[in-house]
Design a binder for this molecule. Structure first.
Ligand code: GTP
Length: 192
C-alpha cells in the first residue's frame, strides 16, 4: 500500500509502561467505565488517523486487535515514554503523529480535534497541551520531521519527553487546570 492511501496523520497510543503503581499490571489493559482503556482510546484515534500504532512491551497479542502496527521500545527494561515516542515516529507513515498516553482514560474527541487544529495551524511544530501551568507532554502532535531531532536527543541519552519538546518551537493547546478530561489514572483507585 502506498503512503498516499493514508490520511495525513498517524496515531500512537503509549501503553509500554511497567505500571509499578499498579503492582506491575499492564495499565493499558485496565478497565475504564466498563471498557478496556486501550480499546476506548483506540476508538477515539481510529476515525482521526490513517495509521494506528500502539507502543507496548508485553501482551502484544491483546494490543494487536486495536492497532495497525505495534511498536516496541528500542531498549529493554522500560526506558520511559520517550522510547515509545521514538519507536512511533520511526514507524509513522503520516505527516504527523498524534500521541496519547494510556493513563488519561477520560480524553475525548473534542480535545484531540483541538490538538489537531493546533497542529494544522503550526504544521512544522510539535503541539502540546498545558492545563493551568502543568504540561501534558505525552498528549501531543509531532510532525514526522521531528524524527531527526528525537534521534539526536535519544543518542545523547535524553529521556525526558518534556525537555525534548520544550526545546523546540511548539504550539500550545491551553486548558483549565481542572479540566476533567486530563484525569490521570495511575493507582488502582484511580480506575473504575
Ligand atoms: N513505550 C513506553 N511507554 C512508557 C514507558 N514508561 C511509561 N510509558 C507510558 O507513558 C505513560 C505514562 O506512564 P507512567 O505513569 O509514567 O509510567 P507507568 O510505567 O505506566 O506507570 P508507573 O510505573 O506506575 O509509573 C503511559 O502511557 C505509559 O504506558 C516505557 O518505558 N516505554
Amino acid at each position: 500500500m502506498s503512503n498516499t492511501s493514508f490520511a495525513p496523520v498517524s496515531g500512537l497510543l503509549l501503553a509500554g509502561g511497567q505500571g509499578s503503581r499498579l503492582g506491575g499490571r499492564d495499565k493499558g489493559l485496565m478497565q475504564w467505565r466498563g471498557e478496556v482503556v486501550s480499546a476506548r482510546l483506540a476508538s477515539l484515534l481510529r476515525p482521526r488517523v490513517g495509521q494506528l500504532l500502539i507502543s507496548c512491551n508485553r501482551n502484544q497479542a491483546i494490543y494487536a486487535q486495536w492497532a495497525d502496527q505495534l511498536v516496541g521500545d528500542p531498549l529493554p527494561d522500560y526506558p520511559g515514554p520517550l522510547a515509545g515516542m521514538l519507536a512511533g515516529l520511526r514507524a509513522c507513515r503520516g505527516s504527523h503523529l498524534l500521541v496519547l498516553p494510556c493513563d488519561l482514560p477520560a480524553l475525548d474527541g473534542a480535545l484531540l480535534d483541538a490538538l489537531l487544529a493546533c497542529s494544522a495551524a503550526h504544521p512544522e511544530q510539535p503541539c502540546l497541551v498545558r492545563a493551568g501551568e502543568q504540561w501534558q507532554p505525552l498528549l501531543c502532535v509531532l510532525p514526522r520531521n521531528c524524527l531527526d531531532s528525537l534521534e539526536a536527543c535519544w543518542a545523547a541519552d535524553g529521556r525526558s519527553p518534556l525537555r525534548w519538546l520544550l526545546g523546540q518551537t511548539h504550539g500550545v493547546v491551553q486548558l483549565a487546570a481542572d479540566d476533567p478530561r486530563l484525569h490521570n489514572a495511575n493507582q488502582p483507585q484511580d480506575w473504575d
